[in-house]
Design a protein around this ligand. Structure first.
Ligand code: GLN
Length: 495
């Protein structure tokens, strides 16, 4: 069996047993990237020499008995939104052209400390605003299952590299679905942990009260192992949780007998939901019942307001976070003569840099957010958004008083065609219908594969659990995986 067909943990086991070195594994994936990346445009930056150097370090540290993670020596792809010292980090934006951060994100540092080997940076929608990886300055990424389709977004590259076997594991970020939706479109697992479970230090901020780093992988065991490396308190992120980190692998084998699973009525009966995805949720329901879980119907009554709420809260926070890009502090600068209306040459430079450096969607969000926060409109938009956010979070709380986990769809449709929604922002926003709730409520949420539809495109379902109940989420998903629910394989072995 070829290395890219192994799980990350199996690769780690073989490295630890001395059957293969981290250097050999890393070289194998670098070679696959060289051969296959051009067709999907999923990696936007690779530095083979650096990756091989880190792999050799891992081999040395393993030999010295310094590494204990079962993922030691295993390569991993990193979304272009996480800072690594000296490594280009551009968030898919012209605005960060040539920017190499002077420090490393805590999440990435934890991977390095565990002896994992970054393979490179993966493509994304500009500043993580989008659901199709079509707004990147590096061009669109493609779905390995069908090259005419999107891999999803914004962490499209992170999901595509897994489906194409160009990396065994990856990390992305999820503000309103950006780990789960690409995972769903590419037939892999993607976890958005509880808000605050993984440090946001060094994660370029989009909407700070919603952003969360999350792993993508082929199996639940790999997700659990990667979360183990990433999770934990970080004094550098004031919103990071101090709660103890449990042993995520420990609960995977536990039977589901007696567990209550709530099927979200407003999601499964939504008019926009594809029939094949509805059937996948039903199949999940039947399988969970067969495994001893009790299935009940639950309501998230404010579902219909979730997209509107998210698209007030997220752009409002983004408009503040993105004010730091002024042509002075980072990357891109556009100079020129002060145009009419500019108060000073400095104002003109800032305005030109932002006009040219940001893409259309990012500017749309900045304007939306600035409007929602402006005096006179604040109460009607931002404040109202915050109030409805509370109602949505309360819906989750009420649901979790009745059940242990929630089951539903991740997306209304399977992967759509490139270009299909890029000219209509509202159509694109509506795709986030089932994912934004978990971010607004701060709860952990997991996308798992559910086989293929009649077009051969990946199907997926979503599991959600109360705050910090990742072990329960992973336990349920793992039992489903064991019972054959995922039916996955690599998308395209010809890459
Ligand atoms: N598609 C959503 C948006 O465009 C979510 C993005 C994300 O999670 N980063 O805002």
């Amino acid at each position: 069996m070829s290395i890219e067909q192994l799980t990350a943990l199996e690769i780690g086991r073989r490295i630890a047993a001395g059957e293969v070195s981290s250097r050999e594994v890393t070289a194998h994936f670098l070679q696959r990237i060289e051969g296959g990346n051009a067709r999907i445009n999923a990696f936007v930056h690779v530095d083979p020499e650096r990756s091989l150097q880190l792999a050799e370090d891992a081999d040395r540290r393993l030999a010295a008995g310094e590494l204990t993670s079962p993922l030691a020596g295993v390569p991993i792809a990193i979304k272009d939104i996480l800072c690594e010292e000296g490594v280009p980090t551009s968030c898919g934006s012209r605005m960060l052209e040539g920017f190499a951060p002077p420090y490393t994100a805590t999440a990435v540092q934890r991977l390095l400390d565990a002896g994992m080997v970054p393979l490179g940076k993966t493509n994304m929608d500009e500043f993580a605003m989008g659901g199709s990886t079509e707004t990147s300055v590096y061009g669109v990424s493609r779905n390995p299952w069908d090259l005419e389709r999107t891999p999803g977004g914004s962490s499209g590259g992170a999901a595509a590299v897994l489906a194409a076997g160009l990396a065994p594991l990856s990390i992305g970020s999820d503000t309103g679905g950006s780990v789960r939706q690409p995972a769903a479109f590419c037939g892999v697992c993607g976890l958005k942990p509880t808000y605050g479970r993984i440090s946001r230090y060094g994660l370029v901020a989009f909407a700070s009260s919603l952003d969360q780093v999350g792993p993508l992988a082929h199996t639940i065991e790999d997700i659990a192992a990667c979360l183990q490396v990433l999770a934990g308190h970080d004094p550098r992120d004031s919103t990071s949780l101090a709660a103890e980190v449990p042993q995520y692998a420990a609960q995977l084998g536990r039977p589901l007998k007696g567990l209550k699973v709530g099927v979200i009525r407003e999601h499964v009966e939504h008019a926009a939901l594809d029939g094949a995805i509805r059937l996948a949720v039903e199949r999940g329901q039947q399988q969970l019942a067969g495994l001893g879980a009790q299935i009940v119907e639950v309501h998230l009554p404010h579902t219909q307001y979730s997209v509107a709420t998210y698209y007030l809260v997220a752009p409002s926070e983004a408009s503040g976070n993105l004010s730091r890009y002024d042509g002075v502090h980072y990357g891109f600068r556009q100079v020129g003569s002060a145009g009419a209306g500019a108060a000073s040459p400095l104002d003109a430079m800032i305005s030109r840099s932002r006009s040219v450096g940001f893409g259309e969607e990012v500017k749309r969000r900045i304007m939306l957010g600035t409007f929602a926060l402006s005096s006179g409109y604040y109460d009607a938009y931002y404040k109202k958004g915050q109030q409805v956010r509370r109602l949505i979070a309360n819906d989750y709380q009420t649901a979790f008083e009745q059940v242990d986990v929630l089951l539903g769809p991740v997306t209304p449709t399977t992967a759509f065609k490139l270009g299909e929604k890029s000219s209509d922002p509202v159509q694109m926003y509506l795709c986030d219908l089932f994912t934004v709730g978990a971010n607004l409520a701060g709860v952990p949420s997991l996308s798992i594969p559910a086989g293929l539809d009649e077009k051969g495109l990946p199907l997926a379902v979503q599991l959600q659990a109360p705050v910090l109940e990742e072990p329960r989420l992973l336990q349920v998903a793992h039992q489903m995986q064991r019972a054959g629910f995922f039916e996955q394989k690599l998308a395209n072995d010809t890459l």
